[in-house]
Design a protein around this ligand. Structure first.
Ligand SMILES: Nc1ncnc2c1ncn2[C@@H]1O[C@H](COP(=O)(O)OP(=O)(O)O)[C@@H](O)[C@H]1O
Ligand SMILES: [Mg+2]
Length: 360
């Protein structure tokens, strides 16, 4: 889809990009990561001809882009930057319509499209269509920036540290949204960041660059488990093992959970009925209510039972949650096993720290 062949860029004899060859496949969410000044922005801007390489060639769908007019190329490639550059005198609707208008799409179609895309990026059209950029929070403005890039129907989206200035919660929501949009629309996305957690969370492949050179191009899993050199190890940080968990999901590690509906029964009978040292307690609709702790015995070795009520919203893991979040919850609740519940609280399984340790 996008191919860089021995691309270099120099400013006054200084090479800021040094012989980079690399192929980005159709439908990838390809992340370029490196420290500040390593050449990420330069590399990205060469893909849409905002910067010309000094030597080397870039191909999109097999076509050498030096033969395409920059302006025409940029209409086919969405571009999102941190300071999203919304036009302040235009409403959200007008900002998102810019490229479709340039492409002379008819008015009704543009309107339908803007509504659809605002929905997709998580902005309620009935609230935001007619707002102006000055009335938006940083996260909302960034969503409009993404909507604007999507409205062009470009098959390629370039994103340069788009979430760099956002607070952690908004950032995490937008990362999830980009992953969803990427899966849904099957676009090729080239995403620049200096945030390794972000890269591991969203990338299909990661290219690590340093001083304008490629250090390693690989899947997040391989970068984490087989870092090529000390630079990458230090870039990954000391919590490499935990980072790996941010790519793994509860649904792939959970197993069946025993539960008892206690309605009308006395806790005491559990000491005979249950052999394990705990059991989940649910109501008649299978909604998690708590658990019975059967790990204690009295002096006569008779098993004791105590009931611990929990709020599933706080206590349970979700099927689509990452193992990193789940392990964090386990530490928080001092529990090696957690129930897995649906959003409505229905108990669907359990997840065990021992499985996470042995199977990841
Ligand atoms: N127009 C320019 N003139 C001279 N040097 C530049 C210019 N643009 C970028 N550079 C230099 O190129 C290097 C890479 O910059 P950049 O691609 O912006 O890095 P990153 O996005 O990874 O922070 C930096 O050392 C920067 O100072
Ligand atoms: Mg940059």
């Amino acid at each position: 889809m996008i191919k860089l062949d021995n691309v270099s860029k120099s400013y006054n004899q200084t090479r800021v990009i040094d012989c980079i060859s690399l192929e980005i496949l159709k439908g990838e969410l390809f992340v370029i990561i490196g420290p500040s000044g390593s050449g990420k922005t330069t590399l990205l801007k060469m893909i849409n001809k905002m910067i010309q390489p000094t030597t080397g060639k870039i191909y999109i769908d097999g076509v050498d882009i030096s033969s395409i007019k920059g302006e025409l190329l940029r209409r086919r490639i969405g571009y999102v930057i941190q300071d999203i550059g919304l036009l302040p005198h235009m409403s959200v609707k007008e900002n998102v319509s810019i490229v479709p208008k340039l492409l002379k799409m008819n008015k009704k179609k543009i309107e339908e499209k803007v509504v659809r895309i605002l929905d997709m990026v998580g902005l309620d059209p009935s609230i935001y269509l007619n707002k102006y950029p000055s009335q938006l929070s940083g996260g909302q403005a960034q969503r409009v920036g993404i909507a604007r890039a999507l409205a062009a129907d470009a098959q390629v989206l370039l994103m340069d540290e788009p979430f760099g200035a956002l607070d952690p919660i908004t950032k995490s929501h937008l990362q999830n949204q980009i992953s969803r949009i990427h899966k849904k629309l099957n676009k090729t996305i080239v995403f620049v960041t200096h945030d390794i957690d972000e890269a591991i969370k969203i990338a299909s492949r990661i290219a690590v660059i340093k001083d304008g050179r490629l250090v390693q191009v690989d899947t997040p899993k391989n970068i984490l488990s087989k870092p090529k050199n000390e630079f990458i190890v230090s870039f990954l940080g000391s919590d490499r093992a935990l980072k790996k968990l941010s790519r793994l999901y509860v649904k792939d590690f959970m197993h069946k959970a025993d539960r008892i509906n206690l309605a009308g029964k006395d806790l005491g009978y559990l000491t005979d009925a249950v052999t394990k040292n705990y059991i989940w307690i649910t109501n008649e609709n299978d909604i998690l209510k708590g658990w019975a702790d059967l790990s204690d015995s009295d002096q006569d070795n008779k098993r004791q039972v105590s009931y611990i009520e929990v709020d599933y919203k706080m206590f349970a893991a979700g099927v689509d949650e990452t193992l990193k979040d789940t392990v964090s919850k386990m530490l928080w609740h001092s529990s090696k096993v957690l129930p897995v519940c649906k959003e409505d609280g229905k108990l669907i399984g359990e997840i065990d720290l021992a499985d996470i340790i042995t199977k990841t």
